[in-house]
Design a protein around this ligand. Structure first.
Ligand code: CUA
Length: 177
């Protein structure tokens, strides 16, 4: 911050130097390039699936998840219900400090409507090792059509820093034949 006034008060009428102008053009073109890169990468990167987002209160989302858990739990693992919902149905996954709840068990080559939402802060859904990444927010649900094309055990890790237990926010997802 300057204490004294600048000597030339009308500073905005000065001619722009060539170097500065060159940098402004480079920055502008780079900005455009990066913008179109986002659109390109949406398809080519295969990380950010096409999704829809709707407003939802955490209590309502928790209720729907609980209803699915009550109806389709097949076993327990370390205190977590393992849920095997019918193919084609709406399935729910809760993100909260610091867990993914419940454990979903899906069938290969069957399609599901996956709903993701958070009960508290922002979390990041990262499906490993396939590297699918989605942002999970409170008050919004992200809905996407999911059709697993590989059987196995997948990890769900949180890739958005969410506090002291962030590193332990690890969930599981099974795909069975
Ligand atoms: Cu949840 Cu980091």
């Amino acid at each position: 911050m300057a204490i004294t006034s600048p000597s030339t008060k009308i500073w905005w009428n000065q001619p722009v130097s060539k170097t500065e102008l060159t940098w402004i053009i480079i920055a502008f073109l780079w900005g455009l390039f990066m913008f179109f890169m986002m659109i390109y990468w949406h398809g080519a990167g295969e990380q950010n699936l096409s999704n829809e987002a709707y407003r939802i209160r955490p209590e309502v989302f928790a209720e729907r998840t609980q209803a699915m858990v009550d109806a389709y739990t097949v076993r327990e693992e370390a205190g977590f219900p393992v849920v095997h919902p019918p193919p084609g149905s709406d399935i729910y996954l809760i993100a909260r400090l610091w867990q993914w709840w419940p454990i979903l068990e899906l069938e290969k080559d069957k399609s599901y409507r996956l709903h993701l939402s958070s009960m508290d802060y922002q979390h990041g859904f990262s499906l490993q090792p396939v590297n699918i990444n989605l942002q999970v927010h409170p008050d919004y649900e992200l809905v996407l059509t999911l059709k697993p094309n590989e059987a196995g055990e997948f990890g769900v890790i949180c890739n958005e820093y969410c506090g002291i237990g962030h590193h332990s926010m690890i969930g599981k997802l099974y795909v069975v034949e």
